[in-house]
Structure formats: structure tokens, C-alpha cells
Design a protein around this ligand. Structure first.
Ligand SMILES: *[C@@H]1O[C@H](CO)[C@@H](O)[C@H](O)[C@H]1NC(C)=O
Ligand SMILES: *[C@@H]1O[C@H](CO)[C@@H](O)[C@H](O)[C@H]1NC(C)=O
Ligand SMILES: *[C@@H]1O[C@H](CO)[C@@H](O)[C@H](O)[C@H]1NC(C)=O
Length: 359
């Protein structure tokens, strides 16, 4: 290579590499902690209970069975969606009257120790426990058949069906939340959704959605299968926001029933999309309704073309970026959808020090 080209190449390399001295020690280009490989988060403000609340729960896992735990919130934790989970936790704390009485039950398949330290760093007084999914993960991976979106095939995406096993017996009711949402209302009112006798879960139902299309013609053509919905007014519901009665779930063996449908799906294709259809097969037509304001869904946009979506008419208690696009990715890429601005205030991510110096 002639000398001028070598110099030019060296100059390009120099320009493309930010000077190491402008970084804090132990932080990589993307702002991650190099020793843990985890994103770094700002510490959230401390939120305090209103006078009418029970006494605050102690930080850490000790208070799981405390009668002062007003609400149990369950979420999954992994490195890929951690930024979303942290934003969701912040939104729960910020909009509830009794933030010190909420217990968080996280489920992680790996890196539990590092996730534990990261969550405790962002929320130093949070009452939470990380439950390990590693015991179930391999078996679940073996039950999953491939869907159209790879993200839906992660075993951890199925963790919600295992909450009754993973959480301690003392937990009778839990609010399950996806990691791509924020609440703008008190989670305690969602948690107190009435669930009538004999009903196991509550979720927002969508009876205008075409229920038929979630299952294959093979399924509908086989009366031994489609009998699952006979005599039910089965409607689509989204499993990203659910209130679950864990006691009734355990008594009814619903985890095993979901697994049976997944086993069948491996042998004959009865549905298309991820973890939702087995839930529909077991519960559709048998759930308690949650008001639609608790799941303003679809803000992730269109699965194929990534178009932006608007809010559905009516009040808003929870914004859900279900669909392919995630607000953090679109904000980072400089191509946000208009409603992504509503997620941004809950983002606790610390970027690398160059970005911090400039702000
Ligand atoms: C990286 O994580 C370790 C372990 O949690 C912590 O001790 C250290 O302070 C972190 N470094 C930075 C730069 O955040
Ligand atoms: C998380 O850390 C706490 C102490 O801060 C500890 O009691 C708990 O066992 C840890 N959990 C995991 C999954 O590492
Ligand atoms: C619902 O979906 C099925 C299968 O995808 C289709 O055959 C049917 O025409 C649809 N019904 C309506 C009302 O759109």
C-alpha cells in the first residue's frame, strides 16, 4: 500500500475511535460496564408511601411473604430487554400511592447475580427477588416451535406460564407485566381487578379481533381440537398484562395444560404465533375482563413494515410497545415514533461519558 493511503487509513482509524481518555474507567463504547457486560443505569429517585399505606417493605428478597406486600408484580429480566424492564419498574413506582409496598418478582434465565446487582443499583430500596428460570429453560426450549418473530421464541417469553411454580406458595395473586410497557396509573387498581369464583386470570379482551386467524385450518378442521372453544365466547386477549390468581392456577394444573398444547403443536401445526395461542387454548372465553385502558397495545408498530401506531380511543393507564419496534431502539436510531416520547422519561440508561459530557 502506498504511504499516502496508509496515512489516510490510519487517520480514518483515528477518527473512528474516540480517545480512551474521554471514557470513565470500566465503561465500554456503548456505555456498558466492562466487568459485568451490563448496561449501566442511573439511580432512580426514592418514592415514598402515602400515609394510608402499610409500613414500607425492607429492601431485598426478605419481604416476599409479608402481609404488607400490597401488590406482587412479576416481570422477566434479561440483558436484551433490561432497559425496558427498568423503565417499567420506574413507571410502576412513580404512579402508585404505596411504592414501598410493591414486591417485584423477577424471572431470569441467566446472569441472575449480575441482574440482581444492576436492579439493586438502580433501585436501592426496592423489595424484590430474582427467581431462576434455568431449571425450566431447557425443557421449554424443547417445547417451542418456531414462530414468525424470533423474539417470541425466547424460552423466557414463556416464563409467565411458570409463575405459579416459580413464585412462593404465599403469593396468591400477581400482576404480570411485559418489559416493553410503562404504567401511567396506580398498579394497585389493576391488581384489584375482580376475578370471579372459578376464574384464574384477568386480562383485557378484544372481541373484535379475528379469533379464527390465530389457529391453523388444521386446528379448526379437527373437532377433537376445536372443541376447546365449544360453548365459549372465546375472544383474543393479550398476555402482556395479566392479573393471575396463582392459587387457582396451581390447583387447576394450568401450566401442564399449556405444555400439552405446546407438545401437540410440535407434532401438528395448530397455531402460528409464539406463546399466546396455548394461553388462548386454555383460557379464552374463561377470563375476567380488564378495562382496555390497562393495555394500550401495539405501539411497537406493524410487525412487517414497522409503521408507527397511534393510541386506541379512550383513557390510558398503561402504554404497551407490543409489536416489532421498541421505543429505546427507535430513540437510539434517531427515528422515534411520536408516542416514543412518552417512554423516554422513564429511561434510566447511562450512556458513555462522551454523551454525558455533552448533555
Ligand atoms: C461495574 O460493576 C461492578 C460490579 O457491580 C461495580 O463494582 C463497578 O463499580 C461497576 N463499574 C462501573 C464503571 O459502573
Ligand atoms: C440478590 O442479592 C441479595 C442481597 O443483596 C441476595 O440476598 C439475593 O440472594 C441475591 N439474589 C440473587 C438471585 O443473586
Ligand atoms: C378471519 O380469519 C379467517 C382465517 O384467517 C378468514 O378465513 C376469515 O375470513 C376472517 N373473518 C373475518 C370476519 O375477517
Amino acid at each position: 500500500m502506498p504511504l499516502p493511503s496508509l496515512l489516510a487509513a490510519g487517520l480514518l482509524l483515528f477518527l473512528a475511535t474516540p480517545a480512551p481518555s474521554s471514557h470513565a474507567a470500566g465503561v465500554d463504547e456503548g456505555g456498558d460496564n466492562v466487568s459485568t457486560g451490563m448496561p449501566r443505569f442511573r439511580e432512580a429517585p426514592q418514592f415514598y408511601n402515602s400515609p394510608s399505606c402499610p409500613p414500607p417493605l425492607p429492601a431485598g428478597p426478605g419481604a416476599a411473604c409479608s402481609p404488607s406486600a400490597l401488590v406482587h408484580v412479576a416481570m422477566t429480566l434479561d440483558v436484551a430487554y433490561l432497559r425496558g424492564s427498568v423503565a417499567a419498574v420506574l413507571s410502576v413506582l412513580q404512579h402508585t400511592a404505596c411504592p414501598q409496598s410493591i414486591f417485584f418478582d423477577f424471572v431470569a434465565a441467566s446472569a441472575a447475580g449480575r441482574l440482581n446487582a444492576t436492579v439493586a443499583g438502580a433501585f436501592p430500596s426496592l423489595a424484590f427477588q430474582i427467581h431462576s428460570f434455568s431449571g425450566e429453560e431447557l425443557r421449554v426450549a424443547g417445547l417451542i416451535s418456531t414462530s414468525i418473530r424470533a423474539a417470541l421464541d425466547r424460552p423466557l417469553n414463556y416464563a409467565r406460564s411458570y409463575l405459579p411454580r416459580l413464585l412462593p406458595e404465599c403469593v396468591r395473586r400477581v400482576v404480570y407485566l411485559d418489559s416493553d410497557l410503562v404504567l401511567v396509573d396506580d398498579v394497585a387498581s389493576l391488581a384489584s381487578t375482580p376475578i370471579p369464583d372459578g376464574v384464574v386470570l384477568a386480562a383485557p379482551e378484544y372481541c373484535n379481533a379475528n379469533f379464527t386467524s390465530y389457529f391453523t385450518p388444521t386446528f379448526w378442521a379437527n373437532p377433537a381440537l376445536s372443541v376447546a372453544f365449544e360453548g365459549q365466547r372465546a375472544c383474543y386477549f393479550n398476555t402482556g398484562v395479566m392479573v393471575m390468581d396463582l392459587g387457582r392456577w396451581r390447583d387447576g394444573g394450568y401450566t401442564e395444560r399449556i405444555e400439552e398444547w405446546m407438545e401437540l403443536q410440535k407434532r401438528m401445526r395448530i397455531y402460528e404465533l409464539g406463546s399466546l395461542p396455548p394461553f388462548l387454548l386454555v383460557f379464552a372465553g374463561r377470563i375476567a375482563a380488564v378495562e382496555h385502558r390497562w393495555n394500550q397495545h401495539g405501539l411497537g408498530g406493524d410487525n412487517y413494515r414497522g409503521l408507527c401506531r397511534d393510541l386506541h380511543p379512550g383513557p390510558v393507564s398503561l402504554l404497551h410497545w407490543s409489536g416489532k419496534g421498541k421505543p429505546w431502539a427507535r430513540l437510539d436510531a434517531g427515528r422515534p415514533c411520536p408516542l416514543d416520547a412518552l417512554w423516554a422519561p422513564y429511561d434510566l440508561l447511562l450512556r458513555n461519558t462522551i454523551a454525558i459530557d455533552e448533555s
